[in-house]
Write a protein that binds this ligand. Structure first.
Ligand code: SF4
Length: 760
């Protein structure tokens, strides 16, 4: 390794970079570590004492609750749920209550680490880290071309940071391929909305949970995955019908008035069958269809084949259940449809999401209180990632393929338009495939734990060994991915930096700096700024001086887009308004007069809860929503004699979050879920196999074999098993299938076998 680096240092390109690096030596001062400001340490609560409190949005899930952070000497000492925020109304789930704990973990990366020739990760200073980052990535580009580097981002960092990463990588470093863990989470919903509505636009507001008289949840265990949203359902005063479509009798299904326990991945056929019943019975809103949609006649012809018999065959439901389901939708005057990962993570996910959208459109259940085809987002800033990460679309929901869009972005950013790629980059799975095929040799992973979370994990971890250079930027030095890195860049976490998140209902909320990042850890924003300087493209980002200055740039980028936010004056306005949903246009005539009087802008403009499509106008050129559909396909890996069980995966408990890099650091949260992997099994299967509860079993798929403790329960159907995704064993088993449109992995169903084992 030393020899290789010595050789690299002789390269002319590297020498040029080295002189640049030297120029910046000495600039890595504490100023970058501790950057005070109105929203930084010491001045967080603009109008409050340092020993008072300030509100900020939670950094786990996309519900986007506000937490009141209690301060001493300007630093967080405790928190409680904010009572005056339109999202959570004084509530928080266990993760929110424990949000500060993971910041204090001994597992924090407090310094950069570089892998030595002996294979160990050794602490180094920032200069050495950034020098290696720059030299080694540039050497890969020199040898293999720009296409040989990629990055993987996240929906867990602030929007301003996501935009910086995407702009830096694509426009500054000429890295054409970047994606994020949003691909694992919301790519399907984004694609479905884009195709159906003309833009990725979740239409609802959380108030709709309270306004519906029928709520239909497809593949969503809201009680566990989004407990505060479930509280909003519980506050519904209309005695609503709550319908759950899920193979498992989840906590949400138990609380529902109707549960349809369909066979895994028969949801698309069920949804087409429902459309058929609604049409056959005349239970559709013809006027809405005619005025606001296109493609209905072809859709009606298509779903005619999904007769009750077809649906019953595929789903295992009874005919009267199908009829009752359709009738409940018909009888509702405000029906809302909700979905999340049970839909998004499927092999035909985009069409399934659109089948839900179709039901809302054909019954006129959209754009009114208590209605909508509503995808529930996972990560705290997945929506920010969808709009501003510069991965699947050009900043602000623009199109890399559109010359006008590229010119607009170049003009606003003041860059040469030729810096903007005119092609889409590779998706996550394609990046992994390109690594496997030796086309990508360098990877920069930011705040995501791919070695645990990516589908077919064993293969993924074999593939990343082929990389010449893997950089992981994370809060912790010991995530499964960080431990495989050549270089670790220590990052500040939520609460240690400033920026915005966008939640499920399009609400932009503020993140504040209420704690110091440990050691040499820097905010992702400052890391990107340093990378830009070391790389030699810092000039392009001169105006990107602070998160709030980037927010002002994002406002301009959004101008004229459905997600326009030009009416948001600044961070303070977001803070005072209790978050602001997009769109939020600067519509003030005499704008300057109003801008001089921020209080007036707030008083006049900010409604706390707004939904889209109240005017029935969508984002396609004809302003109509499209009916989209396609013949269902078989699951990619059906069960057989050798692998007779369907393995389902999903969230385990509301105290667990994804790969547990943070929730696993809280002793309180760890008390609320089993420490070791467990598998849920139906009593009939357990009896047949002679397995007792708490016994260890071997579960095998074609990709791996894992051990788990059996929990016998009738919440899973016979022939099905369930393992929570938070245990890394789950993805040793999952099958690498992908939706063809969203390229989102199909985590939800694969074929496995179960065997008793003598392991105690
Ligand atoms: S529901 Fe989500 S946003 Fe709210 S406290 Fe829990 S993790 Fe945080």
């Amino acid at each position: 390794m030393k020899k290789a680096i010595a050789k690299l240092l002789q390269h002319p390109l590297v020498k040029k970079a080295d002189s640049f690096v030297r120029k910046w030596d000495g600039e890595l001062t504490q100023d970058l570590v501790l950057q005070p400001g109105r929203f930084g340490l010491g001045k967080v609560p603009a109008r409050l004492d340092p020993d008072d409190a300030t509100n900020m949005v939670c950094g786990f899930c996309a519900t986007g609750c506000s937490l009141t952070i209690h301060l001493k000497d300007g630093q967080a000492i405790n928190l409680s749920p904010a009572t005056n925020y339109p999202v959570n109304l004084g509530m928080a789930c266990p993760k929110g209550w424990e949000a500060l704990t993971p910041l204090r973990s001994p597992d924090r990366a407090t310094t950069p680490y570089l892998r030595t020739a002996g294979g160990h990760l050794e602490p180094v200073d920032w200069h050495t880290a950034l020098q290696n980052f720059t030299l080694r990535f540039k050497a890969i580009q020199e040898k293999y071309g720009n296409e040989a580097i990629a990055w993987l981002g996240t929906g867990q960092i602030c929007t301003e940071e996501l935009a910086f990463l995407g702009a830096l990588a694509k426009f500054g470093m000429s890295i054409p391929h970047g994606d994020g863990n949003t691909r694992q989470c919301m790519a399907t919903a984004a694609m479905a909305y884009k195709q159906s509505f003309g833009f990725d636009a979740p239409p609802y507001t959380y108030k709709d949970f309270e306004e519906s008289d029928v709520l239909v949840f497809v593949g969503s265990n809201l009680c566990i995955a989004h407990p505060i949203m479930w509280q909003r359902v519980c506050q519904n005063k209309h005695r609503p019908e709550v319908i759950v479509v899920d193979p498992r009798k989840t906590e949400t299904a138990m609380a529902a008035t109707q549960h349809y326990a369909i066979r895994p991945k028969s949801d698309l056929i069920l949804l087409y069958g429902l459309a058929n019943r609604l049409i056959a019975n005349g239970w559709i809103d013809r006027d809405y269809i005619d005025r606001h949609t296109s493609g209905f006649e072809a859709f009606a012809d298509f779903v005619a084949q999904f007769t009750a018999n077809v649906v019953i065959d595929a789903t295992g439901l009874r005919p009267e259940q199908l009829e009752k389901f359709a009738k409940t939708i018909h009888c509702g005057s405000r029906v809302s449809f909700w979905w999340t990962m049970g839909v998004n993570q499927g092999h035909e996910a985009t069409r399934t999401a659109q089948a839900i959208i179709n039901l809302a459109l054909m019954t006129g259940n959209i754009g009114r209180p208590g209605t909508g085809a509503n995808s529930i987002t996972g990560q705290c800033n997945a929506m920010g990632s969808r709009l501003f990460s510069n991965t699947t679309n050009l900043l602000g929901g623009h199109d890399f393929l559109n010359a006008e869009d590229r010119a607009k972005i170049a003009r606003i950013l003041g860059i040469d338009v030729n810096r903007i790629p005119n092609q889409n980059g590779l998706a996550y799975d394609q990046i992994v495939e390109a690594i496997a095929n030796d086309k990508i040799k360098g990877l920069w992973v930011v705040a995501t734990n791919s070695s645990h979370s990516w589908i077919n994990q064993t293969k993924f971890n074999e593939i990343v060994k082929k990389l010449d250079f893997l950089v992981v930027q994370d809060m912790y030095f010991n995530t499964e991915t960080a431990q495989r890195a050549h270089l670790i860049l220590p990052a500040a976490g939520w609460g240690e930096k400033v920026g915005t998140f966008i939640n499920s209902e399009r609400r932009i909320g503020l993140v504040k700096k209420v704690a110091r990042a440990p050691g040499l850890a820097l905010s992702d924003f400052n890391i990107f700024k340093l990378v830009a300087h070391y790389w030699g493209c810092g000039k392009i980002f001169e105006k990107w001086s602070s998160p709030e200055s980037v927010f002002q740039i994002l406002k301009e980028l959004s101008r004229g887009q459905p997600c326009e936010i030009t009416g948001i004056r600044d961070y303070q306005m977001i803070d005072e308004a209790g978050g602001i949903q997009w769109p939020f246009l600067d519509t003030s005539s005499g704008a300057s007069a109003q801008k001089d009087d921020p209080a007036q802008v707030l008083a006049v403009s900010v409604e706390p809860e707004r939904r889209l499509f109240e005017d029935g106008l969508f984002y396609h050129p004809d302003k109509k929503a499209k009916f989209l559909f396609e013949s269902p396909r078989d699951v990619p890996e059906p069960t057989d004699k050798k692998y007779p069980f369907v393995l389902l995966t999903g969230r385990g408990a509301s105290s667990q979050w994804h790969t547990q890099t943070r929730t696993g650091k809280s002793a309180v949260l760890k008390k609320l879920y089993p420490e070791h992997p467990y598998v849920q099994m139906n009593p009939l299967d357990a009896e047949f196999l002679g397995i007792e509860t708490n016994q260890k079993v071997l579960i095998a798929s074609r990709r791996g074999q894992v051990t788990a403790t059996v929990f016998i329960t009738n919440t899973v159907q016979a022939g099905q098993l369930f393992i929570p995704m938070h245990y890394s064993v789950a993805n040793e088993l999952t099958f690498p299938g992908f939706d063809p449109y969203s390229r989102q992995p199909a985590y939800k169903a694969c074929a496995v076998s179960v065997q008793k084992t003598n392991i105690p």
